[in-house]
Write a protein that binds this ligand. Structure first.
Ligand code: TXD
Length: 321
């Protein structure tokens, strides 16, 4: 089997961890691209020099030239700037949209057959823009948010129940913002509903609901919680790990079901927008979108989140993208 090639566009905090994880898992050869000179070359050299110790054997190349991504099977994009003090949301949207446009052109012209995972924020808008500029098949351009949001939710549930996180299954859908939708009813411990476990623990349905509400709230604010502690920059280990789970499903054709920012053509009552939904990821990118039956409350939360995504995309279009 020919060796896979994975290009990482953006060699900052997340890009660096992505390169290390891909190498350690031997998912493919890595090209780390950034506009900052020497930095991606330095990071890939550093990671390569751990290969003897870690026992991996892949090629790693740092570059400032898009030509080096030619032939990539997968591209993961983290290029973009975080919000700085005094910067409005529109300012950030304009800055990152400009960056994403140039990235989409670079990838389109040099790696036209790649499947693409976008991580840059504001996520739902950046995925939309990348697809529009590249013209790539919708199923081959996706965004990472839900895997991380779900992992955060699962972590909090595991801590609360005093159980291994390995047995927790929980999903967060919708846009990657404050309106995201943690699906409480579907959250389970190896099939047993989490709410049932909480009610057993507290012997009181109202208290169980209160505890769950707090975990839902913490999940929605989890990105900000990390930002506040780090002081500079945002979460990078967990976003990188989450994108790797998606990358692995695609590279290995695993057909794994995970919450993915995917393009909807009528599913969940949405037509023509990228939204976080359960999707099957395999060798062609999105193989299938799984439509869940949502109750009234869940559908209302989903509708709210979808309209936040629509507003974000409208803002981006208003700014000329
Ligand atoms: O789950 C999620 N989707 C997210 C997303 C969780 C956390 C953070 N999320 C977002 O990912 C975050 O808001 C940022 O938009 C991206 C990347 O986060 P990271 O922490 O890696 O940011 P860095 O360290 O600032 O790295 C960004 C790199 C940096 O090295 C820049 O030089 C580079 O992007 N950059 C570019 N690369 C290529 N091309 C262009 N034009 C470019 N401009 C900047």
């Amino acid at each position: 089997m020919a060796r896979k090639k994975i290009a990482l566009i953006g060699g900052g905090q997340i890009g660096g961890v992505l390169a290390q994880l891909i190498a350690q898992k031997e998912l493919g050869d890595v090209v780390l691209f950034d506009i900052v000179e020497d930095m991606p070359q330095g990071k890939t050299l550093d990671i390569a020099e751990a290969s003897r110790v870690d026992g991996f054997d892949v090629k790693l190349k740092g570059t400032n030239d898009y030509k080096d991504i030619a032939g990539s099977d997968l591209v993961i994009v983290t290029a973009g700037l975080p919000r700085k003090p005094g910067m409005s949301r529109d300012d950030l949207l304009t800055t990152n949209a400009k960056i994403m446009k140039s990235v989409a052109e670079g990838v389109r012209d040099n790696a036209p057959n790649a499947i693409v995972i976008i991580i840059s924020n504001p996520l739902d808008a950046m995925v939309t823009l990348f697809q529009k500029v590249s013209g790539f098949d919708h199923a081959k351009v996706i965004g990472q948010a839900g895997v991380l949001d779900s992992s955060r939710f699962s972590t909090f549930i595991a801590w609360e129940l005093g159980l291994s996180v390995k047995d927790i299954n929980a999903m967060v859908l919708g846009g990657h913002g404050d309106t995201m939708v943690p699906l409480v009813r579907y959250a389970n411990v190896n099939g047993i509903p989490v709410m049932e476990m909480l009610e057993r623990k507290y012997g009181d349905a109202a208290k169980a609901k209160e505890v769950m509400d707090a975990m839902v709230e913490r999940t929605k604010m989890a990105g900000g919680e990390v930002v506040k502690l780090l002081k500079t920059g945002s979460a990078f280990y967990s976003p990188a790990s989450s994108a790797i789970m998606m990358a692995e499903a695609i590279m290995k054709g695993e057909n794994r079901l995970m919450p993915t920012c995917a393009y909807l053509k009528g599913e969940f009552g949405v037509d023509g927008y990228y939204v976080g939904v359960p999707a099957v990821l395999g060798e062609n990118g999105v193989e299938k979108i799984i439509e869940l039956s949502l109750n009234e409350e869940e559908q209302a939360a989903m509708d709210k989140s979808i309209s936040a995504v629509k507003n974000l995309v409208a803002d981006m279009e208003r700014l000329g993208f």
